[in-house]
Design a protein around this ligand. Structure first.
Ligand code: AMP
Length: 148
């Protein structure tokens, strides 16, 4: 039977496995929904971070949130895309990780979120930690134990 040494899996720091901020598709405060939809569509992601010029994290913008914002009574009002700013549509209440946090903290949060934003000591956006990475590491861990 497999005995999962949970300490080995839960203790590594998420910072070693996150996608660094410069590789994360994002939009900035002040951008309009047309720009955000373009970045979301081109990147193929369903939600991305909203940052300011200093790289402070302000929220997440999603394609479903954008569609909701331009949904009229009888049709989707695409002409509104250029008039609405991302800050009026983004989700502000989001879970955050610190670069020194361990897998254990991410594990519970990733049940409800496909990815988590990570901040550094100065509170600036450092990157994201994805559910995919956590599952990849769990898969490696389980295989290692299986081959003991
Ligand atoms: P994945 O684990 O690759 O399926 O990604 C899950 C979610 O994390 C995506 O839908 C995006 O919302 C976000 N994500 C992953 N990689 C990036 C990236 N490089 N830039 C922005 N968002 C990302």
């Amino acid at each position: 039977m497999i005995s999962l040494q949970s300490k080995d899996f839960l203790e590594p720091k998420i910072s070693h496995f996150m996608i660094e901020s410069e590789k994360v598709a994002h939009v900035q405060l002040g951008n309009n929904l047309e720009h955000a939809l373009l970045v979301l569509t081109k990147s193929g992601y369903s939600a991305i971070p909203v940052l300011d010029a200093k790289f402070t994290l302000h929220g997440l913008i999603s394609s479903s949130g954008i569609t909701e914002a331009i949904l009229g009574l009888e049709r989707i009002e695409f002409e509104k895309l250029s008039d609405i700013k991302v800050e009026s549509v983004m989700t502000r209440e989001i879970p955050r990780l610190h670069i020194d946090d361990q897998f254990e903290k991410a594990l519970g949060l990733l049940v409800d979120h496909p990815f988590l934003c990570v901040e550094d000591d100065s509170g600036l956006f450092a990157g994201i930690f994805t559910r995919r990475m956590l599952l990849k590491k769990l898969n490696e861990h389980v295989h290692k134990l299986n081959h003991f």
